[in-house]
Ligand binder design. Structure first.
Ligand code: ATP
Ligand code: MG
Length: 425
């Protein structure tokens, strides 16, 4: 029978890769907790309506990327394509937003039916951050400052650049939208097919069309900047001042609009030039209207999401994973012969108690000296402990360095933990 394979675009993260994932996740987690962000965990499935109402009916995600299915009782459910909608739903449902400010983060798989390619998958992982109840540009700046700190810690400062823009209030976007449609209507025959379609449904998205002719036409199009409302304009101005003061460089990209309906005012993307077309590693912006749009009391908000696969791909491409991130054991305790089993397990326990930072693997399953030492070597451990009849009789152990040419030597059982602690330090 044919073996069943994983679904296209949905990847297994294998044991060899998970140390890298843990390294990235731990680093992000540490940075977020330094800034006082709290973790929230939401379900992976939500009512379809939630995504339609928040992301917007005429967006790529809702039009063609969602995994939507009917539950056994007839409800339309969707595997979450992103985290913001569910986070707002949860925060609102549990009263986290009323009269308070919140800094939240989450991580987990997201699902989009896209064409799988490097950096683009059907199940992928994001770490998302959402802040509620803070209207000023200072919190927008904080988000960018904390991502900059993260790049610093991951060694990515030289490999990421920040693009920002303001897309204004809903009213200013409406004004701009009709000016843009007026202008583009004269060129309708020359636009690419997607842009033709969007001229009706979501004309702002035409701004980030990748088509060369469309981009050419856009050069003389009305500029969003000229339609910005006063509030958005001064918000953006202050944000720039704050970023300058924090020493964060950025470029203003007037064509940056983001694909989701709920954004307004600030939008931004952290981009790398080292991953080809899938170069956005982190993207977000302000979405002051969304909570109300989903039935809550008006609550301002700003957030971002970063794609973990792209981040990890970037670190691997640039060879930026520290050598210590390898999942290797430190100590491998062998047991030669059945009589050594219990003492070997006991010795491994004692080592774990006395060296809590060390990874101690107990050899299980017997076998010859040679085969046990082979497994010890493969575990990546720096030291093998040899425990057999002779060692038991003399209350010693054999200490065999596995990464140097040094000989095995006998050591009193009682001294072993101190010797190892010094060796591993
Ligand atoms: P893109 O323009 O690349 O399709 P997007 O605007 O759809 O990205 P967002 O919805 O803003 O992406 O998601 C935030 C981040 O999540 C992206 O910047 C990217 O790093 C990651 N991401 C989005 N879609 C995928 C995917 N299909 N596979 C892997 N990572 C993804
Ligand atoms: Mg997309």
């Amino acid at each position: 029978m044919a073996k069943i394979q994983a679904i296209r675009g949905m990847n297994d993260i294998l044991p060899e890769q998970s140390p890298v994932w843990q390294y990235v996740e731990d680093t992000v987690r540490r940075v977020l907790s330094q800034y006082g962000y709290q973790e929230i965990r939401m379900p992976v499935v939500e009512q379809t309506e939630l995504f339609k109402r928040s992301i917007g009916e005429v967006t790529d995600i809702v039009e063609k990327e969602m995994y939507t299915f009917e539950d056994r009782n007839g409800d339309s459910l969707t595997l979450r394509p992103e985290g913001t909608a569910g986070c707002v739903r949860a925060a609102e449902q549990h009263g986290l937003l009323f009269n308070q400010t919140r800094r939240l983060w989450y991580t987990g798989p997201m699902f989009r039916h896209e064409r799988p390619q490097k950096g683009r998958y059907r199940q992928f992982h994001q770490i998302g951050v959402e802040c509620f109840g803070m209207a000023g540009p200072d919190i927008d700046a904080e988000l960018l400052i904390l991502t900059a700190r993260l790049w610093q810690q991951l060694g990515l400062v030289e490999h990421t650049r920040l693009e920002i823009n303001s897309i204004g209030s809903a009213q200013s976007r409406r004004n701009f939208r009709s000016a843009l449609v007026d202008y583009l209507s004269d060129y309708i025959e020359e636009l690419d097919d997607d842009s033709k379609r969007r001229l009706e449904s979501n004309p702002l998205r035409i701004l980030d069309s990748k088509n060369a002719r469309t981009q050419e036409i856009l050069e003389h199009a009305p500029a969003l900047d000229d339609y910005l409302d006063e509030d958005s304009r001064s918000h953006f101005q202050t944000l720039k001042t704050l970023l300058d003061a924090a020493g964060i460089s950025y470029t203003i990209n007037p064509r940056l609009v983001r694909g989701l309906d709920y954004y307004g005012k600030t939008v931004f993307e952290w981009i790398t030039d080292s991953l080809g077309a899938q170069g956005t590693v982190c993207a977000g912006g302000r979405y002051d209207g969304l909570v109300e749009q989903l039935g809550g009391k008006p609550t301002v908000a700003v957030g971002f999401a970063m794609g973990l696969e792209r981040l990890i791909l970037l670190l691997e491409t640039l060879d930026l994973i520290p050598a210590s991130v390898n999942g290797n054991a430190d100590i491998y305790v062998t047991a030669m012969g059945e009589r050594a089993m219990a003492p070997a397990l006991e010795l491994a326990e004692a080592l774990r108690s006395m060296l809590p930072g060390a990874v101690v693997i107990s050899h299980c399953g017997g076998g010859s000296f040679k085969s046990q030492m082979k497994k010890a070597d493969r575990s990546g451990a720096r030291y093998a402990i040899v425990l057999g009849e002779n060692e038991l009789a003399s209350d010693t152990v054999g200490l065999k360095p596995l990464r140097t040419d040094d000989e095995q030597r006998g050591i009193g059982r009682a001294e072993l933990p101190t010797v190892l602690r010094d060796l591993l330090a």
